[in-house]
Design a protein around this ligand. Structure first.
Ligand SMILES: [Fe+2]
Length: 173
């Protein structure tokens, strides 16, 4: 087959979207990674929305420092959610970050719809961050046997979450 014929042949039989992304993992390993990273993606998108909601609605004498602190962690949640989603895509697994999926799957209660006192903000963020950090520890169990790069990503996120937990919970004193 000439180069021109080969080009015509490949371009006339486009791959389906599901076949378009090559993966170095087999189907069982892809599913095992999805089971760990998809719920983390949901948690991180939820945290990013919650921290922005509290950034807008916080009231109290420590308004400015907490208002700015909440924006800092929002940036981290957005960066981590992008990294988790793109780790999935790099393994040939389609991530689902739709608002409907996040709302349906997130185990957390909704943030208050309106003004929130600063003490309630600090406790809400500490509780949520602790829950996601604990879940991330559980999702790390056995992950290194399946995919070291995903394990490395989650270790970095766990380190960042626990640093956030320190900085919010220290404000509960
Ligand atoms: Fe803002």
């Amino acid at each position: 087959m000439s180069t021109t014929e080969a080009h015509r042949s490949s371009s006339s039989t486009p791959k389906s979207p599901a076949e378009a992304v090559r993966s170095t993992l087999d189907a069982a390993a892809q599913e095992a990674v999805r089971e760990r990273l998809q719920p983390l993606l949901v948690d991180l998108v939820d945290l990013s929305l919650t921290s922005k909601q509290l950034h807008w609605n916080i009231v109290g004498t420590r308004f400015k420092s907490l208002h700015e602190h909440l924006d800092e962690v929002t940036d981290q949640y957005r960066m981590w959610s992008d990294e988790v989603a793109e780790r999935l895509t790099s393994l040939g697994v389609a991530p689902d970050g739709r608002v409907q999926r996040v709302a349906g799957d997130s185990p957390a209660d909704p943030a208050p719809a309106s003004w929130v006192h600063q003490d309630e903000v600090v406790t809400a963020m500490s509780d949520r961050i602790e829950a996601v950090a604990r879940a991330t520890r559980q999702r790390l169990e056995g992950l290194g046997d399946i995919d070291l790069a995903s394990e490395d990503l989650l270790i970095g996120i766990l380190n960042g979450l626990e640093m956030q937990l320190w900085m919010f919970s220290a404000q509960e004193a």
